[in-house]
Design a protein around this ligand. Sequence first.
Ligand SMILES: Cc1cc2nc3c(=O)[nH]c(=O)nc-3n(C[C@H](O)[C@H](O)[C@H](O)COP(=O)(O)O)c2cc1C
Length: 124
Amino acid sequence: MTVNSFAAVSLDPALVLWSIQNTSECFEEFTECERYGISILKSSQQVLSDRYARSLAHEMDVADRIVDGAGVPLVKDALATLSCRLTALHPGGDHHIIVGEVDALTHSEGEPLVFFSGGYQRLA
Ligand SMILES: Cc1cc2nc3c(=O)[nH]c(=O)nc-3n(C[C@H](O)[C@H](O)[C@H](O)COP(=O)(O)O)c2cc1C
């Protein structure tokens, strides 16, 4: 699913967070799993952001993904990927905060896809 609530938490251990709506179709998928992947999209990948933000359409197309050695699905050709182990869940209003420890990281050259003020933007 498409999210923009991602943030870094800790360097040692490497922890990151994001938050998921309590009503999301994907809620159990991400709160009851052992591992999950985060992929930071390139500016050229807006179509994927739109696609995986659609309700009831979160199943990843095989053509859009790779699966890493831990069995974690990640977006193919993403700007960066983080293969995470779920370590903590915190209720936060109508969302839950999901904290994960980063087991593996990839990154490449390019511009990130930026969502700001209700739309996709380019870095100046
Ligand atoms: C740019 C963008 C950022 C989003 N960020 C989040 C987020 O941080 N957390 C979340 O639960 N949903 C977020 N969403 C909404 C989900 O991608 C998705 O639209 C929603 O979960 C659809 O409902 P469903 O999960 O019940 O199918 C975001 C959507 C967009 C377009």
